[in-house]
Design a protein around this ligand. Structure first.
Ligand code: LLP
Length: 866
């Protein structure tokens, strides 16, 4: 017969230090316990010590030889807990047994040696205090609950490699679901509170479960009770695709399977301790991570279920303090058992190895400080033993950067940009886990700054993290924190009939909205620090755009005699002084023509001054410098840095001065343009100040041109460049160099958002589970996706309000496999003849279009009415 108790259902709630250190937090715990009880669940709450208490106890343990210091530490803790009891409105006498226990430990004979068994008992006091106070407080609120000593339920086991340190301070238990315990507890009541972090050896000594041990305790209890779930209550809404404090755009991970969560926790996320997963995984108890401040928010759910969706990189994390041990063979590498000997040495020193890279004559392994007691003594002893069999080199400090996602190997081809970014640093080791769940790079700790944010941005751009409609990814941290306003619908939502009319007249067609160009131009006109604005016509030389911008006071920047002629033809009235000629590797005749015409000419190669000396005598020109760095939305649009073909190197400054003098050229302007699609305001500030700092070498200097490159948001809701911030940054530099005019020459910023590409569906197709939407625009119409993996929003304009029906590969009609305009897009069921809109296509769209496959050049329409 099954007893009534046997079918009791349990939930384990765990609260960390900050969640138990304030009165309102305990009230919250009480509410949550009651709510779960009302759901018909038996509730066991596991608590950590009050914040800071475990650290204070550790400090006492470290002073074990100094009885007076320890006693002072103990009294301070006693005061703290009594004070907290008072804050909770409790008379503190009930704490007397805890006070006695702590004082006894201070005067314990084992304190003198600091024995690990004594340390464990001392450190266990924090949870015993907090759970005792909490139980009393919750009872005072009317909860009928029982206090349990966790050590009566959790028993540690011997580990395969057991040091005294791990036996007492980093113990492991093996709880199995126990009907007897469930029955027993059920008979005693339905609300319980106990301690995290502590357990007992079979022989009876108190032991600790290691760092983050309270999560592990909760998980152990979840397994022991065969709970419906374990809820870890913390101060963040769940696990994120990166540490949100470093990456505000990190996305909440709504759903993970045990393996993924394990990898993410193991490789650096601090929300959940890695040891907490195995116990629940074995018995398939789901584990939820919930935010104490937002109890109704769903958080992260970890279970055996794998979320459906396209392959994705769930998270990127970083661990610091990694030590690499590189072992070079000294002639005996092929010898049978050599690796066993080497690893035997690690084992003897109680060190667990994390990553391994091997070659014919070298094996390099990493040691993670969170798994190992890695003091200088241990390392030295290890190295001296290893030195008997190989040449040893320790590389430290290092950082391990890890990408986690199911099926990493299948995503490699989409990681090219990310690999390039990592490769710009000193990479010591690359490791791809054999479970196909992670890819790790070990780099110098000194190179680790900023690596996680930039890699996360690349993952988002490659649609490998947070792809549209992927159920795993919840809101970005930035949104949750209310930092980002709700996205405004793009302008084209409001003019759908007009756009459908334009498409009716023929596709593919670019449509440019006059009002959007005017608005962007106004933003730049409002930059008070800027004296002149030139429009880089390569972004879009449509004559109507040139006329609109010229009418608003913009000059024109061009890079070829073709562009120059086009400006003269479209804007015959434009003063020559308003034209900039900034070519790169152009023919001599092009310079000659521009100089004769009398526009501003920029030289970015000193050989021209020396070899074509007859061109320059008495001419006022600009020199373009490469400031040694490049920036931009893709490697292919970075126009600065060692390998870039643009500009004069800073090392050649003196030579530039001399060559210009010899050629008789008068340097009136300095120029730099280091890349395109930049959002960092500091970039232009530093370009400006770097160029201005060169000014004293050029006595006739009148202006500094800091180029273009102003980025536009790729997707709805992405924050735009803050022009106010840009203006303020430029004004700061201007205040230091008021003598020189400041010029800018943006292209994209003025026109990108103003343009949409309208195309029509030619065909749809299904193949091996993939769904293709074939439209009449392709890489010949919009090259950016193929060339830069640029992401453009794509919608079915004919069915704008219809729900998505699966993921589509949006492709063009060109006979090239790279002819893909958008991958895995969520679009409604679409059919031949539908009109598709591709957004943000006003810059470098039509201007880079071709007649490839003789498909004809794309149509363009400039619409004054929108
Ligand atoms: N000035 C010079 C000297 C340039 O070379 C460029 C762009 C600009 C100004 C304007 O940069 P913007 O403000 O538009 O970022 N096809 C690429 C962009 C290449 C930009 C080339 N130079 C794309 O579609 O992203």
């Amino acid at each position: 017969m099954i007893s009534a108790a046997a079918d009791s259902r349990w939930v384990v709630l765990k609260f960390g230090g900050t969640s138990v250190s304030r009165r309102h937090r305990w009230e919250n715990i009480g509410r949550l316990m009651s709510a779960r009880q009302n759901e018909g669940l038996q509730v066991l709450t596991v608590v950590s010590a009050l914040s800071g208490v475990t650290d204070a106890l550790k400090a006492m343990a470290a002073q074990h030889g100094d009885a007076a210091a320890m006693a002072a530490g103990a009294e301070a803790l006693i005061e703290r807990h009594r004070g907290f009891a008072l804050e909770l409105g409790l008379a503190s006498e009930f704490l007397n047994p805890r006070v006695d226990a702590l004082r006894r430990l201070v005067s314990d004979v084992r304190a003198a040696s600091g024995a690990f068994a004594w340390q464990a008992e001392l450190l266990a006091q924090g949870e015993l205090w907090s759970s005792t106070i909490g139980a009393r407080f919750l009872a005072s609120l009317g909860l009928d609950l029982q206090w349990l000593d966790a050590r009566d339920y959790l028993t540690s086991r011997e580990q395969a490699i057991q040091t005294d340190w791990s036996r007492y301070l980093s113990a492991i238990c093996d709880p199995r679901p126990s009907v007897a315990i469930r029955d027993d507890l059920r008979a005693r009541g339905s609300l319980f509170i106990t301690q995290g972090f502590i357990a007992r050896q079979p022989q009876g000594d108190t032991v600790l479960l290691g760092r983050g041990g309270s999560d592990t305790s909760a998980s152990y209890f979840g397994a022991l009770l065969g709970a419906d779930r374990v809820e870890i209550w913390t101060d963040v809404p769940g696990m994120f695709s990166a540490n949100p404090r470093l990456v505000p755009d990190a996305r909440l991970l709504r759903q993970l399977d045990y393996d993924e969560a394990q990898e993410i926790a193991t490789t650096g996320a601090k929300v959940l301790h890695p040891r907490a997963i195995a116990p629940v995984r074995e018995v398939r108890v789901p584990l939820w991570i919930k935010d104490t401040e937002r109890p109704d928010f769903p958080g992260t759910e970890i279970s055996a279920e794998s979320a459906a969706g396209a392959p994705s990189v769930k998270a990127i994390s970083m661990r610091n303090g990694i030590t690499l041990v590189s072992m070079e063979s000294i002639g005996m590498w092929q010898q049978v058992g050599f690796l066993a000997d080497v690893f035997g040495i690690f084992k003897r020193h109680g060190l667990s190895v994390d990553l391994i890279g091997s070659a014919e004559t070298n094996v390099t392994v990493s040691l993670d400080p969170s798994d190992n007691l890695l003091d200088a003594g241990t390392l030295e002893a290890l190295c001296s033993d290893l030195a008997q069999v190989c040449r040893v080199k320790v590389i430290a400090p290092c950082a391990a950067v890890t990408l986690v996602g199911r099926g990493m190997r299948g995503m490699m081809h989409r990681l090219s940009e990310l690999l390039a970014e990592v490769g710009a640093r000193r990479v010591h080791l690359v490791s791809q886990s054999s479970n196909n769940l992670n890819l790790t790079f070990v780099i110098d700790a000194a190179d680790a700054d900023g690596v996680v944010p930039s890699l996360h941005a690349l993952l988002v751009r490659a649609r490998l993290t947070g792809a549209e409609g992927d159920p795993v990814f919840g809101p970005a941290w930035r949104e949750l924190e209310g930092l980002r306003p709700a996205p405004q619908p793009s302008w084209w939502h409001g003019v759908r009939p007009a756009l459908l009319d334009h498409a009716g007249a023929g596709t593919p067609t670019y449509v440019y909205a006059d009002s959007v160009i005017r608005a962007r131009a106004q933003g730049l006109l409002d930059l008070g620090a800027v004296d002149r604005r030139y429009y880089a016509i390569k972004a879009n030389p449509h004559p109507r755009i040139l006329r609109r911008l010229a009418a608003l006071g913009f000059g024109m920047e061009c890079v070829s005699s073709g562009e120059l002629a086009h400006i003269r033809q479209s804007l015959p009235e434009l003063p020559l002084d308003q034209i900039l000629f900034t070519p790169n590797f152009a023919a001599r005749a092009e310079y000659q023509q521009a100089l004769e015409l009398g526009v501003h000419v920029t030289v970015d190669n000193l050989a021209l001054l020396d070899d074509w000396a007859e061109l320059w005598d008495g001419r006022e020109i600009l020199l373009r410098f490469d400031l040694g760095r490049g920036l931009g939305h893709h490697d292919k649009v970075k126009t600065g840095g060692e390998k870039s073909k643009f500009g004069i190197g800073l090392a050649d400054l003196e030579q530039a001065v001399a060559s210009a003098r010899r050629a008789g050229a008068i340097i009136v302007g300095l120029h730099a343009h280091l890349g395109s699609g930049i959002f960092d305001v500091g970039h232009w500030k530093s370009v400006y100040s770097d160029l201005a700092a060169l000014a004293e070498r050029f006595p006739a200097l009148r202006f500094v041109d800091i180029g273009g490159g102003l980025g536009v948001p790729h997707e709805p809701g992405e924050p735009a460049l803050d022009l106010g911030e840009l203006d303020a940054a430029l004004a700061e530099v201007k205040a230091m160099y008021p003598r020189y005019q400041l010029w800018i020459e943006p292209g994209r910023y003025l026109v990108a958002e103003a343009g949409v590409l309208l195309a029509r569906v030619n065909q749809t197709k299904r193949k091996s589970g993939a769904q293709f939407l074939g439209i009449d625009a392709g890489m010949h119409t919009l090259l950016r996706p193929a060339l830069y993996e640029a992401w453009h929003e794509i919608v079915n304009l004919s069915r704008l309000d219809e729900p998505a029906a699966g993921r589509w590969q949006v492709v063009g009609p060109i006979c090239e496999s790279g002819d893909i305009l958008g991958r895995d897009r969520l679009l409604p069921a679409s059919a031949e003849g539908d009109v598709v809109l591709i957004a943000n296509a006003g810059a470098y769209g039509a201007s880079m279009a071709s007649n490839y496959n003789l498909r004809g050049l794309v149509r363009e329409v400039y619409d004054d009415s929108i």
